[in-house]
Design a protein around this ligand. Structure first.
Ligand code: UDP
Length: 429
């Protein structure tokens, strides 16, 4: 359903810039989600302003993506990269800048959709200052994350408290999978209203290049068995499990020419940052296991080349310790490439075992090796899994269907506000 009027709405993602290059430290699924939801909502008639924090002095303040969709970068602390765990005390400045922007433009946003807990706090504070509908997508839950790591940051208790307040008081929380909803209910609060709207993927971008053409483009021989990882370098992504699984692969042991098995680990890293440290750690495990001749690190895969990597692969592996959703799995499926993933979180929702791929216990390198081998050893089954994956994504995970569902929810929540505003046009959207 198209909105009858083009209302202005704000997507707020303080720490995840929708106009940023994706695929390196702290720039992953959240950035893609905000950008694609923004585009897709604009395609349905909304005027979408996506607010983020300026993290480089040379970044333009406004990036106009499409006539109805732009990124607006506000000042919040020094214009440099600041890790998420150190951003909280800059948020009051972000709020002041947001208010100044509204004042300058002469309107107030009637609805904001916030992303990640930092932005949820911004929304909750704004709600105290102006009439506002707030929706929120968590992208990650402190309660889940902190149960899995030992170096708990100082900000943890604040994050947990804000995530609880957010669930209990915003107008709607968007869970991206039934598994994420279940975690919210069990670990955050039983109060508050949740709707499940999955993430999506660009079904026109992925799935339009044949495996053989993609391999030609990338210089990968037709008879190579190619195993692909795509994502950030972060210990919780489980890349170590994948590397150890490759070392245990029966197929690898049986191949006379081991170069016929190729592990491609795609993702960016910045020298001096934590992702570069994780990349170095993974490279040293690769060396220790004698896998250097069959492993490549192509770096950050940009939009132009990413579809070819997915299409070229025989299997895409998502070995994360946890994922609230996991965009990489549906991108691979959209590309007709089967997925072997950890049996956790949103991956249980997207990957249908034995139909679009396989699910195995996280951190279990023996189980990963066996699952990868099963697919690599049977190319007819690989193609069947790939085709079923494509169908599943077309039906359930297009950005268009995500935006349609969000449009329904926004329209429903805005209806009473807009009716009352029609009598007060000076506050109009
Ligand atoms: N990505 C990319 N290039 C890379 C690595 C990752 O474009 O080199 C993208 C990937 O295609 C996906 C996103 O980054 O859209 C990662 O999202 P996901 O939900 O899988 O993980 P997150 O980063 O949110 O933990």
């Amino acid at each position: 359903m198209l909105p009858t009027k083009k209302h202005r709405i704000a997507l707020i993602s303080v720490d995840g810039d929708p106009a940023a290059e994706i695929g390196q430290e702290e720039a992953g699924g959240q950035n893609v989600y905000v950008r694609q939801v923004g585009y897709a909502l604009a395609g349905q008639g909304w005027q979408v302003d996506m607010f983020t924090r300026q993290n480089h002095p040379e970044q333009p303040t406004i990036v106009q993506h499409e006539p109805l969709c732009r990124t607006i970068r506000l000042k919040a602390g020094p214009a440099e990269f600041i890790g998420r765990d150190n951003l909280f005390h800059h948020l009051p400045e972000f709020i002041a800048e947001f208010q100044a922007f509204q004042q300058e433009q002469g309107f107030q946003y009637p609805l904001i959709h916030t992303n990640y807990w930092l932005s949820s706090w911004v929304g909750l504070e704004l709600k105290k200052q102006q009439p506002l509908i707030q929706l929120h997508t968590y992208h990650s839950l402190g309660a889940v994350k902190y149960s899995a790591i030992s170096d708990i940051p100082a900000i943890a208790s604040m994050r947990i408290a804000v995530e609880k307040a957010c669930l209990e008081s915003v107008d709607r929380v968007i869970a991206t999978s039934p598994q994420e909803q279940e975690h919210m209910r069990r670990l955050v609060s039983t109060k508050g209203q949740i709707e499940i709207v999955p993430c999506g993927t660009d079904i026109d971008k992925f799935g339009f290049i044949q495996r053989s053409a993609a391999r030609k483009e990338l210089g990968i021989a037709p008879d190579v068995k190619m195993v692909l990882y795509v994502g950030r370098f972060d210990q919780r992504k489980g890349i170590e499990t994948l590397v150890r699984a490759i070392a245990k692969s029966r197929l690898r042991a049986s191949l006379r020419d081991q170069a016929n098995l190729q592990l491609v680990i795609g993702g960016g890293y910045r020298p001096g940052h934590s992702d570069a440290n994780e990349c170095d750690r993974i490279a040293s495990i690769v060396a220790e296991l004698g896998l250097e001749n069959c492993t490549t690190f192509p770096g950050r895969l940009d939009d132009a080349i990413l579809p070819s990597y997915y299409a070229a692969a025989d299997v895409c592996v998502v070995p994360s310790h946890y994922e609230p959703f996991g965009l990489v799995a549906i991108e691979a499926m959209a590309s007709r490439t089967p997925v072997v993933a950890s049996d956790v979180g949103g991956l249980r929702f997207t990957v249908v075992p034995e139909v679009t791929g396989l699910l195995v216990p996280p951190k279990d390198e023996v189980a990963f090796a066996a699952a990868i081998d099963r697919i690599l050893l049977n190319s007819a089954w690989r193609d069947q899994l790939g085709e079923a994956g494509r169908q599943r994504v077309e039906i359930a995970f297009s950005w268009h269907s995500v935006a349609s569902r969000l449009t329904q929810i926004y329209t429903h929540l805005l209806a009473p506000v807009m009716t009352s505003r029609e009598t007060k046009p000076q506050v109009a959207a």
